[in-house]
Design a protein around this ligand. Structure first.
Ligand code: FPP
Length: 238
């Protein structure tokens, strides 16, 4: 076990992660960006393992944003291939470990083949009763809120408008069935939310580290949890 002191009682239920710095990690080593992404996929595997060991129930990671389509085609193609390969490689083990895997975001933008693969992976792991891994793809926090509002309009009709409550929106988010993140981790130094889980992070503790995502493994995850455990959460109260 690492040198980090652990408080077994105060484990966050839901941890969200902005996995950033794959490109910078690769550049520092004179490697192509793809090498950073490949190593980043290994980090996700390690962090999921650490989170399971600690009893974190929900892990939500930002894998591809609505803005990431603006990257060079070569990099987008690589990321799609990596997603597909990771599903092929990991799903059996996720099933074995009782992990429920979900891909959340506007999935209709992906190829039929990749969409089918994501759906199969979700179906196969749907009964996982251990913990949940949400991989956010073609995800944007604003897009998610817009989708929730459009769902409401479709349900009620444009004129059937009782006042809309926070609960009405919450119940139509992609993450409608799980609690908001207790902790939001961002790797590679930037102090930004970058359109991630805008609604859900209202009261999340934020932890930013200089470590790039490919170097963020179990030990770094446990350090982030230890830092979280030092925080006092007040939810706007005294
Ligand atoms: C940030 O690095 C990372 C991404 C664009 C997301 C991709 C994440 C992974 C490949 C790890 C998880 C893997 C899977 C298969 C879900 P960046 O390229 O933005 O880094 P930079 O800011 O240093 O350029």
């Amino acid at each position: 076990m690492p040198a980090v002191t652990r408080d077994a009682k105060n484990i966050p239920e839901h941890v969200a992660i902005i996995m950033d710095g794959n490109g910078r990690w690769a550049k520092k080593r004179g490697l192509p960006r793809a090498a950073g992404h490949r190593e980043g996929a290994k980090s996700l595997r390690e962090v999921l393992k650490a989170s399971r060991e600690m009893g974190v129930k929900y892990l939500t990671v930002y894998a591809f944003s609505t803005e990431n389509w603006g990257r060079p085609k070569e990099e987008i193609d690589f990321l799609m291939k990596l997603l597909s390969l990771t599903i092929d490689r990991e799903v059996a083990e996720l099933v074995k470990n009782g992990v429920r895997l979900r891909f959340l975001g506007r999935l209709d933008r992906f190829s039929d083949e990749l969409r089918k693969k994501m759906k199969q992976a979700m179906d196969k792991t749907a009964n996982g009763a251990g913990n949940t891994l949400n991989i956010m793809v073609n995800y944007g926090g604003r897009a998610e809120i817009v989708d929730a509002v459009n769902e409401l309009i479709a349900e009620r009709g444009k004129n059937g408008a009782d006042e809309i409550t926070e609960q009405d929106i919450q119940a139509r988010l992609y993450t409608r069935d799980i609690p908001d993140p207790d902790l939001l981790i961002r790797t590679a130094s930037e102090m930004r939310i970058s359109n991630f889980l805008l609604w859900q992070v209202a009261y999340s503790e934020i932890y930013v580290t200089d470590v790039c995502w490919p170097d963020f493994r179990g030990e770094q995850f446990r350090e982030a949890i230890a830092a979280y455990q030092q925080r006092e959460r007040r939810y706007g109260k005294l």
